[in-house]
Write a protein that binds this ligand. Structure first.
Ligand code: PEP
Ligand code: MG
Length: 542
């Protein structure tokens, strides 16, 4: 144990955005490291099998409660993670392997469970596929659940009652691995952040942490030897950095740097003069959007429905998501962005090519033009859903008019024989070349939205995910606003609706400039809707 006393910065992988400062609560990962292993004979074997049956029954009951809880707190699709765990717990093939190990090798229940599930876990870890590897976590979690029941250990925190021990309150949870069970079993009101040694961005736990809005960083090697119960830590889920023992100066610097990210959850009704819609990633997010009185969905990042589930969605599965959103939004506008994959949004199941520079490779509309399988399935699903309400389709990362027209025609051809409702075709302006020919494009588009995240990335040749060059990823430069003005003027001349999504729109500091160039329709994450409306009210008073 080194137990650092001075301010120390360590870099890991960002899993879930947000900033948190609180004291460490160590999760008891090693509670099964010294389990009893012994041999049993004859009647003893049946007794061990009976212990396993009982442990399975109790664990299934616990997981069923978690499923209900996650369904209510996070959403139906996230609860599926635990449905999968329940199925594995109930799998008779696995049960028979436990019983076989007891019969043949005479092991006790704890040893049989550990031996069999460790074997499954290591087989999954050998597969050269990030998604399959991440599923090893589920096996590990099932093993821990069964062992907790068998050994009657409560999977608790290692509170040692030191001066700074928070005894479970306002804590940063430090664990070897962030598992789905750990993520949801923790009282979210008191859990301010997660730091772990292992766990990837695509892990279910990372997805859950993001849905719960808890900042999380992984990949911090040996974190357990660097901190103790009660050590103060700052977690920066935006950059993936953690700061052990941050000084008061560091904490206040962070608070002011990220002031703009402070969430304003008070409800502010729509105000006359601007339209504030919501950006969503999953169909269930419409609940949050409506609770913040969003005036529509200005960006539905449909690719997240795929990423969350970890597989390609069939036409029927997509139809269900899209029609649910239209039904829930009851006639308010919904902008469905076509699959925007590539760049940092890849997954093995998309089967994308290996690329040296994926941000300039098969991304957005360029990829859709090649991957007609993905494009056509989504077009059909959207067309069928349009019977529930008007569908506005947004084409991502459009580079010029020709690319947009080719895709629009292909979409219309694909749905020609499908009974459908009204469908609008719009463009995302997020590549400088498209912005510079905005007028030409808008003459042929029904509407458009400016994606400031990628626009800044491509305008200034600055990676949006690289914290080392973050100082250049800023909407402050005048040339950025000049480009937005070109698009806004083109929308005015062609009388086409134009909105702005992307993080610049979510930051109330930029609202005046957005309005000054003539954009009155914004789409922001639901948590920022009230702050933007409040800022507009202030501006109107001046
Ligand atoms: C953008 O680029 O600004 C945008 C809204 O799209 P995404 O962040 O999903 O790339
Ligand atoms: Mg984009």
């Amino acid at each position: 144990m080194i137990n650092i006393k001075t301010e120390t910065r360590l870099k890991g992988i960002k899993l879930s955005e947000g900033i948190a400062v609180a004291r460490v609560c160590l999760f008891n990962d090693d509670r099964h490291s010294n389990l009893p292993v012994y041999q049993v004979k004859d009647a003893g074997k049946e007794a061990e099998k009976q212990r396993i049956r009982k442990a399975i029954k109790l664990s299934v009951a616990k997981v069923e409660n978690i499923i209900k809880d996650v369904e209510a707190r996070v959403g139906l699709s996230e609860s599926k993670i635990f449905v999968a765990q329940k199925m594995l717990l109930e799998d008779s093939t696995v049960h028979n392997e436990f019983f076989d190990d007891i019969d043949r090798n005479g092991y006790n229940a704890e040893a049989a469970v550990t031996r069999i599930l460790d074997r499954y876990e290591s087989k999954l870890l050998e597969v050269d596929n990030e998604y399959i590897k991440a599923r090893a976590t589920d096996i590990g979690e099932i093993k821990r659940r069964l062992l907790d029941v068998l050994t009657e250990i409560n999977p608790s925190f290692q509170c040692v009652g030191t001066e700074n021990c928070q005894r479970g309150k306002n804590k940063i949870v430090v664990a070897k691995e962030l598992t789905p069970g750990l993520t949801v079993s923790i009282d979210t009101a008191f859990t301010k952040g997660f730091i772990t040694e292992h766990g990837g961005k695509l892990s279910h736990a990372a997805i859950l942490a993001r849905s719960l809005g808890i900042p999380a960083v992984s990949g911090i090697k040996n974190i357990h030897s660097l901190v103790t119960c009660g050590t103060e830590i700052l977690v920066n889920g935006h950059s993936g950095e953690i700061i052990i023992n941050p000084t008061d100066h560091t904490v206040s610097e962070f608070k002011s740097r990220y002031r703009d990210l402070k969430q304003d959850f008070t409800l502010v009704s729509p105000v006359k003069g601007i339209t504030v819609m919501a950006n969503i990633n999953k169909a269930q997010d419409t609940d949050e959007a409506l609770s913040m009185k969003a005036e529509g969905i200005g960006l539905y990042r449909t690719e997240f429905e795929f990423l969350v589930r970890g597989h390609l969605l069939s036409e029927d599965e997509q139809f269900l998501c899209y029609s649910q959103v239209l039904k829930t939004m009851e006639g308010l506008p919904v902008y469905f962005r076509l699959l925007d994959i590539g760049g940092d949004k890849g997954a093995d199941f998309f089967d994308l090519p290996e690329e040296e520079n994926p941000y300039l490779g098969f991304r957005g509309s360029r990829l859709l033009a090649k991957r007609t399988d993905l494009f056509r399935t989504q077009a059909r699903a959207l067309a069928k859903a349009s019977l529930q309400g008007e569908v506005s389709v947004m084409y991502p990362m459009i580079i010029d008019l020709e690319q947009f027209l080719n895709l629009r025609v292909a979409f219309e051809q694909e749905i020609a024989n499908i009974t459908h409702g009204k469908i609008n075709h719009g463009v995302m302006f997020e590549v400088p070349s498209a912005c510079l020919q905005a007028r030409e494009i808008l003459e042929h588009a029904d509407f458009a939205s400016i994606g400031t995240n990628d626009l800044i990335q491509y305008l200034f040749a600055v990676d949006r995910n690289n914290e080392h060059v973050a100082y250049d990823f800023t909407p402050e430069r005048k040339v950025f606003w000049n480009v937005l003005k070109i698009v806004a003027d083109a929308a005015k001349e062609t009388r086409k609706p134009l909105s702005i999504c992307g993080e610049t729109a979510s930051n109330p500091e930029y609202l005046k400039r957005i309005i000054d160039i003539g954009i009155k329709q914004l789409s922001v994450s639901p948590r920022h809707i009230s702050a933007v409306r409040n800022r507009y009210k202030e501006l109107k008073k001046k």
